[in-house]
Design a protein around this ligand. Structure first.
Ligand code: SF4
Length: 557
C-alpha cells in the first residue's frame, strides 16, 4: 500500500501532560537559542493524539502538585490555566461498612494544602492551546498504529488507517495512515501504551520488574449545593476493599461539582473482583450515600494507573527513541500523583532532544543523557523515596502498613532494599482453588444491587463517559484464541473479563450454532483503560488503538 511519508524532526506520540510539556519546553528552548544565534535552527515538532479533542482521553483525580507547571509556564495562573479549587481542607478517613474514623493527622506525603484541584481534561486542553499558540503542530484523531524501525533504531510511527470495515475491507472513505519519519520519537502514550509495549519488546527495554497496575474508576457528580466553597479533599481507606490495596478520593470542583472515585489494586486473587462494582459498593456507604443525595451523575471514566515505580521503569532511551510520562512509570503511588512527574519527564526529554539536535546525533549514545538527567533531578529523589511502596502491599493491607511504616523511617528502604513484584495478573487464583460460587449467580446478584440513583450498572456509566467509536471497523481488542474463553477460561477463572472490564465490553452469550457460550466483544463501549491487556490470565488479549477519534469524550474527568 502506498503511504504518504511525512518527515519531521521530533515526533511526540500522545498529547497528555508529558507530551505537551515536552513539545512546549523544546519549542521554547529552540526559539530562545535560535534568537541568540546558537540554536539548532528550524525544527519541526509534531504531536499526534488518538482522541477527537485534546484531553478527551485523559483521566485523573486530580490534585496537582504544581511544581512542574511552575517550571514550564511560570505565569500559568495569569495565562488562565483552569483550576477547579485550591485545597484548603483535607482529611483521611478509615471506613467500616457503616462508620468512619478520621485520621488524627495527615501524613506528610499525603498533604495537599495549597495545591490546585484540576480536571485533567481541561488542563490538557489548555496546555494544548499554549502549544498551538506557539504554532506547534498537534494532530488529533491520529493514533500511532506501530513503530517503524531501521534495525534497532526507531525511525518513526505509522499512523492508523481510516475507513476499514468490520471484515477488514476498505470502505469508500478509506484513508491510509501515514509514515511519520522522525529523528527522535517520544512515546508519551499514557498507561500501558501500545507502542511503548512494542518498543519494550522489540528493543528489550523492560525494567527490573514488570509494571504493576491499579484501576481507578471515577465519576463526576453535580450536588444540590456545593460540597465546599473551599477546596476540600477527602481520601479514604478500608471499606469496601477490605484487605485489597486501594482507596477513594472525593474532591470539590467548581460550582457544585465533585470528583469521586475509587482505586482498586489489580493484583487480586479472586477472579470475580470487579473494580467498578467495588466503586458502586463504596457509594452505598451511608456517609457517601448521604453526600450524593439529590445529586446528579455527570460523567464516568476509568483508567489503569502504573504503580510499580522506580524498579519498574523501562530503559528510557534507545536509538531515536525516548519514553516519558505514565508510559515510562513516572508516577508516585504513595502520593497518588503523576501529572507533575509526567510533565517533568517530558521537559527533561525535551532538554535531551535539544542537545541531541544541536549535536546532530540522536543515537542512544546521546539520548542516554535523558536517563542521567532524570537521575539528577527531583524525580529521582521523589521516586526513590517510594521505590518499595506499592510492592509493600503484596501480602495485604496490614503487613503493607508495617512495611510502609518502616519505609517512612528509612528513606524508603523498609525491611528490604529492593522489593520486586511479579506481573499483576499472576496473583489471580482459579475459581475451584478459592471455592467460589458460580459466576452467573454472582453477576446476577450484583446487578440487583444498583439503585440507579446513587449506584449504576456499567452500561449506564459508560453512557456518561460519552464513549463513541465508528461501529463499522475491525474490533480493536484482539483476542488471539476465543476458544480459550469459552472453554478453559470459563472453567478455570470464570471469565474474569466480565468482571474486570469497567465498560461491559466482554460478554459471554449463548452460542446458537455450537451450544454453550461464546465471547461477544462490545468494542464500541471501550473506555481505553487497558485493564484487559493487563489482566487476562492467559495473555491472549491485546489492546490496539481503534480508528482515530474513537473512545471516550471526557470533559470534566
Ligand atoms: Fe478497558 Fe479493555 Fe474494557 Fe476497553 S475492553 S474498557 S481497555 S478493560
Amino acid at each position: 500500500m502506498q503511504r504518504e511519508t511525512l518527515p519531521v524532526d521530533v515526533l511526540i506520540v500522545g498529547a497528555g501532560p508529558a507530551g505537551l510539556a515536552c513539545a512546549y519546553h523544546l519549542n521554547q528552548m529552540i526559539k530562545r537559542a535560535n534568537a541568540q544565534g546558537n540554536g539548532p535552527g528550524e525544527v519541526e515538532i509534531m504531536v499526534i493524539e488518538k482522541a477527537r479533542e485534546l484531553g478527551a482521553h485523559n483521566l485523573s483525580g486530580a490534585v496537582m502538585d504544581p511544581r512542574s507547571l511552575d517550571e514550564l509556564i511560570p505565569d500559568w495562573k495569569a495565562k488562565g490555566c483552569p483550576v477547579e479549587r485550591t485545597v484548603e481542607d483535607e482529611g483521611i478517613y478509615y471506613l467500616t461498612e457503616s462508620g468512619k474514623f478520621r485520621a488524627p493527622w495527615t501524613p506528610p506525603p499525603m498533604r495537599n494544602h495549597g495545591f490546585p484541584i484540576v480536571s485533567i481534561n481541561r488542563l490538557v486542553k489548555w496546555l494544548g492551546e499554549q502549544c498551538e499558540a506557539e504554532e506547534i503542530l498537534i494532530a488529533t484523531e491520529t493514533p500511532g498504529q506501530c513503530l517503524t524501525f531501521d534495525g534497532m533504531r526507531v525511525t518513526g510511527v505509522q499512523t492508523g488507517d481510516k475507513g476499514i470495515n468490520k471484515t477488514g475491507d476498505k470502505k469508500n472513505s478509506f484513508e491510509p495512515g501515514s509514515l511519520i519519519e522522525a529523528r527522535v520519537t517520544v512515546l508519551t502514550e499514557g498507561t500501558r501504551g501500545s507502542l511503548t509495549k512494542e518498543a519494550c519488546n522489540h528493543l528489550h527495554l523492560h525494567g527490573e520488574m514488570p509494571q504493576t497496575y491499579v484501576l481507578g474508576v471515577k465519576e463526576v457528580w453535580e450536588l444540590p449545593k456545593s460540597l465546599s466553597t473551599r477546596g476540600k479533599v477527602y481520601h479514604t481507606l478500608g471499606y469496601p476493599l477490605g484487605d485489597l490495596f486501594g482507596g477513594s478520593w472525593i474532591y470539590s470542583m467548581r460550582d457544585n461539582l465533585i470528583s469521586i472515585g475509587l482505586v482498586s489494586d489489580l493484583g487480586y486473587t479472586n477472579p470475580y473482583t470487579d473494580p467498578h462494582y467495588n466503586f458502586q459498593k463504596f457509594k452505598q456507604h451511608p456517609w457517601i450515600k448521604e453526600l450524593l443525595r439529590g445529586g446528579k451523575l455527570m460523567g464516568y471514566g476509568a483508567k489503569t494507573i502504573p504503580e510499580g515505580g522506580w524498579f519498574s521503569m523501562p530503559r528510557l532511551f534507545a536509538d531515536g527513541l525516548l519514553l516519558a510520562g505514565d508510559s515510562a512509570a513516572f508516577l508516585n503511588s504513595q502520593r497518588l500523583k503523576g501529572i507533575h512527574l509526567a510533565m517533568k519527564s517530558g521537559m527533561l526529554a525535551a532538554e535531551t532532544i535539544f542537545h541531541s539536535l544541536k549535536k546532530d546525533d540522536t543515537s542512544a549514545a546521546t539520548l542516554k543523557l535523558y536517563k542521567e538527567a532524570v537521575e539528577a533531578s527531583w524525580i529521582k529523589t521523589e521516586l526513590w523515596e517510594v521505590r518499595n511502596f506499592h510492592q509493600a502491599f503484596e501480602g495485604g493491607l496490614i503487613p503493607g502498613m508495617f512495611h510502609v511504616g518502616a519505609q517512612f523511617f528509612s528513606g524508603g528502604r523498609g525491611f528490604k532494599a529492593k522489593m520486586l513484584s511479579p506481573e499483576t495478573h499472576t496473583h489471580m487464583r482459579k475459581v475451584r482453588e478459592l471455592g467460589l460460587k458460580h459466576r452467573d449467580e454472582v453477576l446476577e446478584s450484583r446487578a440487583k444491587e444498583f439503585d440507579r440513583e446513587t449506584t449504576f450498572d456499567k452500561l449506564s456509566d459508560v453512557y456518561k463517559s460519552k464513549t463513541l467509536h465508528e461501529e463499522d471497523q475491525p474490533v480493536h481488542l484482539h483476542v488471539a484464541d476465543t476458544e480459550v474463553c469459552r472453554t478453559k477460561c470459563r472453567e478455570e477463572y470464570g471469565n474474569p473479563c466480565q468482571f474486570f472490564c469497567p465498560a461491559s465490553v466482554y460478554e459471554m452469550v449463548a452460542d446458537e450454532e455450537r451450544g454453550g457460550v461464546k465471547l461477544q466483544i462490545n468494542a464500541s463501549n471501550c473506555v481505553h483503560c487497558k485493564t484487559c491487556d493487563i489482566m487476562d490470565p492467559y495473555k491472549i488479549i491485546t489492546w490496539v488503538p481503534p480508528e482515530g477519534g474513537g473512545g471516550p469524550e471526557y470533559t470534566d474527568l
